[in-house]
Design a protein around this ligand. Structure first.
Ligand code: ADP
Ligand code: MG
Ligand code: ZN
Length: 471
């Protein structure tokens, strides 16, 4: 058997923090403003200005670190990373090179834990636009936006595990409410490092793929690198340390530059900023404010409310949805809670705007079969634009479920009116019964329970045909 190469992957992720202002000045920290309108002498790096650290950015970094199981440093500091690039008017980036604020955490993925080496604070650079033939445009609004960079150990062993790690990381950042993690707006950007080796051999030379802004593209870029590096190694070549970029159109990575080493950046402690000192009380205080993380919540939903894995997973897509479910399910029994979950998952964007007690009430009404799911969805949709009492509305507008004799009557009429479907059903095409169910649903204006109607219809048809002596 051939001894195949296996990938070794480590990820560096930049996450923009949701603070109102930038990390070292009071300029607004906001995406999508008119270019170059959110800048001042400090974030433009004009001579004679002094940075002043945003406490909120520190708090968010600590929250993010704690949520990832990191140790928070009581003493850390800021350093200058010197380089020249048009998006960096100061000529250096303020980062935490020598002493990160957080270190040593981990994040679970289905394929195993990924250890986190460090999480540090830094400022973002501006944004360049290369979409014109004759010029490159620069927007300095992003200069000085607060970032945390989260660096893993090279523990990841496949592109799909890398994707699972990023999904998990996004969820954690979202649930601690430190970032909106919108990849299409650059709030989460990935540098992926990858090398190959044969099992048991020491790590090979890595290549870094810079600035990836989608999980799909990251998986493609890594898969392409596995192919490229395998071919290179098998033909007796060597992998060079370099920085590459992923081209979304060709699906290939291409060289960007040879990788800079730490010496190239001439790091030194920033003389303008004092050491960052955090007390144990401050750190422990923030630990107490941490919300439950998505994985925890998901298990809780499954164990406390007997939800399916699928329903529970969807409820932890966002912290707002998870919170809505918790509040609306408070006081409901498991069946009603399950119905609340189904209702939320059927239309999460609408559901988040509805008051939890209204949702809880809809779930109770579903549970006691006062209304059908179709009607519940209609009411939910209406509740998302204006608040009202759903029980009262159902009564007043005659939306309560059709049951018992009334439903039987509708079913009989539908059977009578759908002879073709009935014949097809009796001829062995069992799915033909759904046409009759459709007729009942239509006649009832969505107020009949489709499953009950189906059962009744089958009963009626079977009885009819059983009593019919010439068939
Ligand atoms: P550098 O000094 O080149 O930036 P670091 O040690 O800071 O390298 O690591 C940067 C990232 O690269 C980390 O996420 C780390 O896990 C990953 N990494 C390190 N060595 C390798 C390797 N041989 N193969 C793949 N990834 C690696
Ligand atoms: Mg590095
Ligand atoms: Zn500024």
């Amino acid at each position: 058997m051939r001894n195949e190469y296996v990938p070794v992957i480590g990820l560096e992720t930049h996450v923009e923090l949701l603070t109102k202002t930038k990390i070292f000045c009071s300029c607004e920290n906001r995406f999508g403003a008119e270019p170059n309108t959110l800048c001042c002498p400090v974030c433009m790096g004009l001579p004679g200005t002094l940075p002043s650290l945003n406490k909120k950015a520190v708090e968010y970094a600590v929250r993010a670190g704690l949520a990832l199981g990191c140790k928070v440093a009581t003493v850390s500091g800021f350093d200058r990373k010197n380089y020249f690039y048009p998006d960096l008017p100061k000529g250096y980036q303020i980062t935490q090179h020598f002493t990160p604020i957080c270190s040593g955490g981990s994040l679970e993925t289905p394929e195993g834990a990924v250890r986190i080496a460090r999480l540090h604070l830094e400022e973002d650079a501006g944004k360049l636009f290369h979409n014109r033939e004759d010029a490159t445009l620069i927007d300095f609004n992003r200069c000085g936006a607060p970032l945390v960079e989260i660096v893993t150990y090279p523990d990841i062993t496949s592109p799909s595990q890398a994707a699972d790690y990023i999904s998990a990381l996004r969820q954690v950042m979202l649930f601690c409410r430190v970032s909106d993690v919108k990849m299409n707006e650059g709030s989460l950007r990935i540098d992926a490092n990858i090398s190959l080796r044969r099992p048991g051999e020491p790590f090979g030379t890595k290549v870094e793929i810079k600035n990836i802004n989608s999980i799909k593209f990251m998986e493609k870029a890594l898969a392409y690198e596995i192919e490229r590096q395998t071919a290179l190694l098998e033909s007796g070549g060597v992998v060079m340390t370099e920085t590459r970029r992923f081209d979304e159109k060709s699906g290939k990575t291409e060289p960007m530059r040879t990788k800079e080493s730490a010496e190239d950046y001439g790091y030194f402690p920033d003389p303008d900023l004092e050491p960052l000192l955090l007390s144990d009380e401050y750190i422990e205080g923030l630990r107490l404010t941490l919300p439950q993380m998505p994985e925890e919540l998901k298990s809780r939903f499954i164990s406390d409310y007997a939800l399916s894995n699928e329903a529970a997973s969807r409820l932890v897509d966002s912290p707002d949805i998870a919170e809505l479910f918790l509040k609306s399910a408070a006081g409901l029994d498991n069946t009603a809670a399950g119905l609340a979950a189904n209702l939320i998952n059927s239309s999460p964007a609408e559901a988040v705007t509805v008051r939890p007690e209204r949702l809880g009430r809809l779930a109770e009404m579903l549970n006691s079969e006062e209304i059908t799911f179709t009607v519940a969805k209609t009411l939910l949709s209406e509740l998302s634009s204006s608040d009202f009492d759903p029980a009262q509305a159902a009564k007043e507008r005659n939306l309560t479920a059709i049951r018992g004799e009334e439903l039987k009557k509708l079913a009989k009429e539908a059977v009578k009116a759908s002879r073709k479907a009935v014949r097809a059903y009796l001829g062995g095409k069992k799915t033909a019964v759904m046409a009759v169910v459709g007729a009942v649903m239509k006649a009832s204006g969505g107020r009949a329970d489709a499953e009950k109607a189906r059962e009744l219809i089958i009963e009626i048809i079977e009885n009819e045909s059983g009593g019919d002596s010439d068939s």
